[in-house]
Design a protein around this ligand. Sequence first.
Ligand SMILES: CC(C)CC(=O)Nc1cccc(-c2cccc(CN)c2)c1
Length: 218
Amino acid sequence: MASLQLDGQHICGGFLIAKQWVLSAAHCTEETDGKTFQVLLGAHSLTEPEPHKRLYRVRAQIPHPGSNIHNNKDDLLLLQLEEEAELNAHVQVLPLQREDRDVAPDTVCEVAGWGTINHSGRRPDKLYQLERPVLSRDVCNHRTRHDHTITEKMMCTDSRRKDTCKGDSGGPLVCNGVAEAVVTAGSRVCGNYKKPAIYTRIAPYTAWIDGVMAAGDG
Ligand SMILES: CC(C)CC(=O)Nc1cccc(-c2cccc(CN)c2)c1
């Protein structure tokens, strides 16, 4: 799990997909006015000293060309670290789902982040992890939910009570140990069952991800 930070403040989640590459969400750059993130790896607490915590500078930030501030489409961001991350028990690469097939509804997946915890807007110091069931695209696209805005490159999880929120964007949705999708802000509401959590599915973007990493590695 990565924390994308500006001036020492957690802004968004992300995760290591290769030794020198982190995947996150493009909309995380919306309020950075051009500043480059730093990436914290190996952390559980954002503030306390921990043996495997290390802050990395970012050589390049590459948002998906289709990403924009008006919708959640192609909401992916690749970050190339200044150097390869030092891997250990607390810092590992997460395998990506490369088969483009929907995760079955009701599959229980997990999502983690340092995003705001509840309606109080309290920001946690320690990483939170949540198990959430996958919601079918048909239910998620219902008129009373996200009203046909969920494309085949997106997926949803139930947002009844437990949900992702501000600061969780960019983190992985992990199903059976594989990163299936990336948290996106969606309608930017949290914990409302009528607005299920939305994720950008990874499998439809592996060609783009591989292409950027190949070009970036020179
Ligand atoms: C520059 C960005 C950090 C701005 C931003 O993302 N704001 C924001 C505000 C309220 C909820 C959320 C939010 C995130 C992740 C999941 C969800 C939906 N459960 C909401 C996101």
